[in-house]
Write a protein of this length. Structure first.
Length: 294
């Protein structure tokens, strides 16, 4: 599967990259803006300043205790215990209240970033469906035709994507793994919406059924997507601070993501050759002119 995807990717590099770029470039730039918002909202300098101020107050009381010790041992022990309690209370207040209060904007920004990137991937994947199907048949086509097909199914794609994202987010709350499994299981939802003209829950269930015998290939393609994501982030982090960082990560993802996304389209075509895929397709799906042959 990966070899077939790479061969198609190499022969039609320009068309595949340009088609995906129309969705991936704005998604990545918006995600970069969300990152900047999260960093600005964290207020790490204010947290550090508050922690430093409290520590300085405790240290001042310790110095006062050494310079002007109480006359009695009982008073000295009481002041030592009080300073110790204040130090512990300040550390606890920072760890529990201040820390989590300042992490809330980061949590929001992370969720927004993930949603934006997944939306860009979903639309790019949908746009590659008519393009890859035509290229496999030897027909000349390009990004304009691909996005015209996506525009005709945009409402269904958005509804299906939002439903899948909500289920994946819910699954991720339970120790991440269920969310990853759901994301992989919904990998064929975009081709199903475009080709078979069904959407929502029916498309997600159909994707799950078609992947019954192809989980290994699906996970391999998703691992590749995650590896490209990490590679782009690492490359941008090594660049000097400034506007070049989001540009570098965007360009790398725009160039690399079409390979695994092409693989997912080819995986959809292969899954239709299974008995379960053909049976479901005949009974529940309505084909479009861009549907692959049975």
């Amino acid at each position: 599967m990966l070899a077939e995807a790479f061969a198609l990717y190499r022969r039609h590099f320009g068309a595949l990259v340009l088609t995906c770029a129309l969705a991936l470039v704005p998604a990545n730039l918006l995600a970069a803006g969300a990152v900047l918002f999260g960093i600005a909202s964290l207020g790490s300098a204010g947290v550090a300043e508050a922690q430093t101020t409290h520590a300085e107050q405790v240290q001042k009381k310790q110095r006062d205790l050494q310079e002007k010790p109480p006359t009695s041992d009982a008073d000295r022990d009481a002041r030592v215990q009080q300073i110790g309690r204040e130090a512990l209370e300040g550390r606890s207040a920072f760890d529990v209240r201040t820390y989590f209060r300042n992490l809330i904007p980061i949590a929001y920004a992370t969720a927004i970033i993930a949603a934006i990137l997944l939306a860009g991937l979903f639309l790019a994947h949908a746009a590659l469906v008519p393009l890859v199907l035509h290229l496999e048949r030897g027909k000349r086509t390009g990004p304009a035709h691909a996005w015209a097909v996506v525009a005709s199914r945009l409402g269904a794609l958005l509804w299906t994507g939002m439903l899948a994202a909500a289920l994946v987010a819910l699954g991720a709350l339970f120790f991440i793994v269920p969310g990853v499994v759901l994301a992989a299981g919904f990998s064929l939802a975009a081709p199903i919406v475009v080709v078979e003209r069904i959407s929502g829950r029916a498309a997600l269930e159909r994707s799950w059924a078609l992947l019954r015998c192809h989980w290994g290939e699906t996970l391999l393609l998703w691992i590749l997507i995650l590896a490209f994501t990490v590679l782009a982030s690492a490359a941008s982090a090594r660049a000097p601070a400034g506007p070049w960082r989001p540009i570098i990560s965007t360009v790398l993802r725009m160039v690399l993501y079409p390979l695994p996304l092409t693989g997912l389209v080819l995986l959809y075509c292969r899954s239709l050759n299974t008995s379960a895929g053909s049976r479901l397709r005949d009974s529940s799906a309505r084909e479009s002119p861009d549907s692959p042959p049975p």
